[in-house]
Design a protein around this ligand. Structure first.
Ligand code: EPU
Length: 447
């Protein structure tokens, strides 16, 4: 990936007007790949992960694993990441790295299971809201480990002995919390039962990986996981599932541009909530075969109400991309965010492009407009960045999307994929305007 460590910020310049057409291959899932990379810590030796997306978050997780005694080879072959665990003594994941990416908290479970101790910096809030880790901690305590807090680190100690874990929180089960507790529970002699486990396909992918390493986990993809601890695990060689959020975003890109796009290498079976919305919105879709979907949408979509929920409900990660489509659809839509009540930071940016959105607490009313007009806007998180790009594809004139480092965290070669489908999107360097305080201090130094 060209943009890692590149200090010069970039922006996307998107020209509206093109109808997307053609075929596109969906990449591997970010949210499956990250906990699976962390799970490699469970066995000494080289774990091979295939179909890994080339994203800044993956590079960052590699960096964290390197501080934890791994040699990581990224993309020597396309999609292949090799994580060789060579030194099993480090136990500390520091703030500088964890604060960059919340998913890095997923190293806690594997470290605990294999090394008996983990010091992981407590992640702070983020653009999606507060995002606590209390469920992770409660689960780890419930299987017999001691958890303390010191200088911003969560310190977990002890070999998990099994137990009953309940992972239901006020917003549903926690996805990475499930991954963490599951990975902590796979080694040792105890039996762990996790109720209200996350049912996301990414967790099922992790369970498949763990079982391929010799773990004994039953119920992957359901709300009850039963784990019989084992003494030893061996390295895995396994593929990451296709990214259902990237696939959904590209499907929505086809619909918003009234395009005709065929998505290859996706898993339509895990996208039923989006298809349900498409049916309501009169967005035609065709399941061509088990891994291929075509979205051929010559007409303006109709509005639909939306509530985000844990899987198999409508994913919060597609809320802002679908809202982009609702902004140009016919009629009114109600959008209710039940996973991250504050995940509406993009609304003021969408309005800058001409969207008509009213917001109160965790709900928005979107009135579809016939036209959007290009403007400079900023990505507030990675899915919001994608939504802005989709709106730019249909807005009149040019839309400049700033803070695209968010998009690079979660979409593999997004602009290349859109360009190949006929969209006009360019990545350009730009010099951010200096803040007045910087200019003043420079002036003072010169004086
Ligand atoms: N929550 C708690 N306590 C906890 C953990 C979570 O109250 O200990 C709450 C959260 O504040 C939130 C809800 O539970 O309201 C769900 O959070 P969850 O823990 O499931 O989120 P996560 O595991 O941190 C993953 C994805 C997110 C995705 C969410 C929800 C990864 C690496 N990240 O986060 O992905 O939005 O699940 O599906 O898997 C993205 O890809 O853009 C992204 C943000």
């Amino acid at each position: 990936m060209a943009y890692i460590g590149d200090d010069m910020p970039h922006k996307f310049v998107v020209e509206g007007g093109a109808r997307l057409q053609g075929a596109v291959t969906v990449s591997g899932s970010k949210n499956a790949a990250l906990p699976m990379m962390a799970a490699a810590l469970l066995a000494k030796g080289p774990t091979v992960l295939r179909n890994v997306p080339d994203l800044t978050d993956v590079h960052l997780m590699a960096e964290i694993l390197e501080t934890l005694g791994c040699e990581v080879t990224l993309f020597a072959e396309p999609g292949v990441v090799v994580i060789d665990v060579v030194d099993e003594t480090p136990i500390h994941a520091p703030y500088e790295l964890v604060s960059e990416m919340r998913a890095s908290f997923c190293v806690m479970g594997p470290l605990l299971a294999r090394r008996g101790e983990a010091h992981v910096s407590q992640p702070g809030g983020c653009t999606l809201g507060e995002r606590p880790v209390d469920l992770h901690i409660k689960g780890i305590q419930a299987i017999g480990c001691e958890v303390t807090f010191q200088r911003g680190d969560v310190i977990a100690k002890g070999r998990p002995t099994g137990g009953r874990v309940y992972l239901g929180g006020p917003m549903g089960p926690s996805v990475t919390g499930t991954a963490n507790v599951l990975c902590a529970a796979v080694m040792g002699s105890g039996v762990t039962v996790i109720d209200q486990a996350a049912c996301e396909p990414e967790i099922a992918n992790l369970v498949a990986m763990l079982n391929s390493m010799g773990a004994r986990v039953h119920g992957g993809g359901t709300s009850r996981l039963v784990v019989q601890g084992v003494d030893e695990l061996h390295p895995a060689d396994i593929a990451v599932i296709p990214d259902r959020i990237e696939a959904g975003t590209l499907m929505i890109a086809s619909a918003i541009t009234r395009g005709d796009v065929t998505l290859e290498h996706c898993d339509p079976d895990v996208m039923l909530a989006l298809f349900d919305k498409f049916t309501e919105m009169r967005v035609p879709f065709e399941r061509v075969d088990a891994t291929t979907v075509r979205i051929n949408c010559p007409k303006r979509a109709r509005s639909a109400d939306l509530t985000t929920l844990p899987y198999p409900g409508f994913p919060t990660d597609l809320q802002s991309p679908l809202m982009a489509l609702l902004c140009t659809s016919e009629g009114y839509s109600l959008v209710e965010e039940k996973i991250y009540p504050e995940r509406f930071m993009h609304v003021p940016e969408y309005r800058r492009l001409g969207a008509d959105i009213r917001k109160q607490f965790n709900t928005c009313i979107v009135t579809g407009v016939e036209k959007l007009s290009g403007a400079p806007v900023a990505a507030t998180d990675l899915r919001a960045g994608a939504g802005l790009i989709l709106m730019g594809l249909v807005a009149e004139g040019a839309t400049e999307v700033l803070r695209i480092q968010h998009v690079d965290r979660g979409y593999d070669r997004f602009e290349d994929k859109l360009t190949a489908l006929g969209g006009s999107i360019r990545r350009v360097e730009y010099l951010p305007r200096r803040r007045a305080s910087d200019r003043n201090s420079q002036r003072n130094r010169a004086a």
